[in-house]
Design a protein around this ligand. Sequence first.
Ligand SMILES: [Mg+2]
Length: 126
Amino acid sequence: MKSILIVDDDINLCIVLSEELQENNYDAKFVNSADEAFDFLEKQSVDLILLDLKMPVKDGLYVLGKLKEKKVDSKVIVLTAYSDIESAIKTAYLGAVDFLSKPYDIDDLLFAMKKALNQEEHENKC
Ligand SMILES: [Mg+2]
């Protein structure tokens, strides 16, 4: 079962989304801030991170930068209500594999996740 970490300051979104992902056979956990995410990832690694961009104190771009710096190899999909080209380019530059706008469509999200996770399998085969 693939492990997913949702990083979003919107607790309701985290609860709903983690349930949706569990129904789709993902091992989904969530945290509500950048610092909680780093604490979590120190203890266990995950296959995929679903990351919010707008969070108080330390935002998603900060998280992406740190993940890159720490060479965390989880795939990252950015989920944001404030989608614009500039942020999308920045997140891609910082290593995010996909960028989806909120409110997310669960089917689009599941498709993007599958794509991101399969990409990982292909890389492992090489
Ligand atoms: Mg937010």
